[in-house]
Unconditional design. Structure first.
Length: 156
């Protein structure tokens, strides 16, 4: 999971139980974050409780994810419907060609989801990730505009 950009304050993580926990070197921020995560509090709440700014929280959480010491707890709620997914694949294919479907699947996998369980509140993140694959500026802009329009229509 990439925590390097976007708003991470609403994400929820839980510690991963590992037998080799003593083999990791953790700084004070990482340790306090690891101890405060319980699978219920958001990173924003943990940062506030630990007295950390969000940049420090982002750094600590990123390191903990990379070490596989914490994992995301997704409260998925509403998911993108199959009409949206088909439109997404169609629009990306128009912009980059027949590999559109494969690139959508790769993007979903990179974010930790499938076409059946992608949460609606992360639709914009998916669109931005996929738009990076479009080389021509005008095609990228058109893709984003069309996708924003359908996101609004569907109320995502």
């Amino acid at each position: 999971m990439d925590l390097s950009s976007g708003d991470i304050s609403t994400l929820v993580f839980k510690p991963v139980v590992r037998d080799d926990l003593g083999n990791f070197s953790l700084d004070g921020h990482m340790l306090s974050v690891l101890m405060a995560l319980n699978g219920k509090r958001t990173l924003g709440q943990v940062a506030q409780q630990a007295g950390l700014n969000m940049a420090t929280m982002r750094d600590a959480a990123s390191k903990l994810v990379a070490l596989k010491l914490i994992e995301s707890v997704e409260s998925i709620g509403r998911v993108l419907d199959q009409d949206f997914m088909q439109f997404l694949i169609s629009e990306l294919s128009l912009a980059i060609g027949p590999l559109g479907e494969v690139i959508v699947e790769d993007g979903l996998e990179e974010l930790g989801f499938t076409t059946k369980n992608f949460p609606t509140h992360r639709a914009a993140e998916l669109i931005n990730l996929l738009a990076q694959e479009i080389q021509r500026d005008e095609k990228r802009t058109e893709f984003k505009q069309n996708m924003v329009k359908i996101i609004r229509e569907k109320g995502y």
